[in-house]
Design a protein around this ligand. Structure first.
Ligand SMILES: O=C(O)c1ccccc1N[C@@H]1O[C@H](COP(=O)(O)O)[C@@H](O)[C@H]1O
Length: 200
């Protein structure tokens, strides 16, 4: 069954919403000041401490110093890491040797060549997105027809299109952020409805 990640949590209320909805993964945008969903690394521990143990906390990083990631993985704060910047393959391979948690590498999908790159990635999972992250926009899903490895589908997912996404592509997981917000804040009802729709 396709899993679901709710990303961009930054307030204790957001944690209460996911604890009720029970997605498989909860995502935190860590030390990305240009994102309105940014959570400073010191605050991530406070938020993940409130998270139900069956929900996996995922740290989302953009070109972060490796030490930041290592400190949050080795103390058990994060159970998976998403790289959403221009991290090189050697950065990813070095990180993979040092952590025992799954690494998710984000790819911006604009052309068939981008998917060829994603297929070759040494990451445990690839995440296919529209652009820099958190844009609320889908990419051209028709490009996915021959993609052949388990993937997180991201970018512009919302209640209106998640059923189609699951039935057409059977992704490993869906990743939602903007689509479960209202006026820039996570929306409890939308989160609960999205999780229920993926599990239906
Ligand atoms: O959400 C952000 O602000 C963000 C910032 C920097 C890197 C990644 C970010 N979010 C990722 O974007 C997709 C979902 O976006 P949306 O549903 O289209 O809003 C997801 O992978 C988030 O982890």
């Amino acid at each position: 069954m396709t899993k679901i990640k709710i990303c961009g949590l930054r307030r204790p209320e957001d944690i209460a919403y996911v604890n009720e909805a029970k997605p498989d993964f909860a995502g935190f945008i860590i030390d990305v000041p240009k994102s309105r969903r940014n959570v400073p690394r010191e605050k991530v521990r406070e938020l993940t401490a409130l998270l139900s143990p069956e929900i996996l906390p995922v740290g989302v990083f953009v070109n972060a110093p490796m030490e930041t990631i290592l400190s949050l993985v080795t103390d058990g704060t994060l159970k998976a890491v998403q790289l959403h910047g221009q991290e090189s393959q050697s950065y990813l391979e070095k990180l993979k040797k040092q952590v025992a948690v799954p690494l998710i590498r984000a790819f911006s999908i604009r052309s068939p060549e981008d998917l060829t790159e994603a297929e070759k990635s040494p990451a445990n999972f690839v995440l296919l997105d529209n652009g820099a992250g958190g844009t609320g926009e889908t990419f051209d899903w028709s490009l996915l027809s021959s993609f052949d490895r388990p993937f997180f589908l991201a970018g512009g997912l919302r209640l209106e299109n998640i059923t189609e996404a699951v039935s057409r592509f059977h992704p490993y997981a869906l990743d939602l952020s903007s689509g479960v917000e209202t006026d820039g804040y996570k929306d409890k009802e939308k989160i609960i409805a999205a999780v229920a729709a993926v599990r239906r």
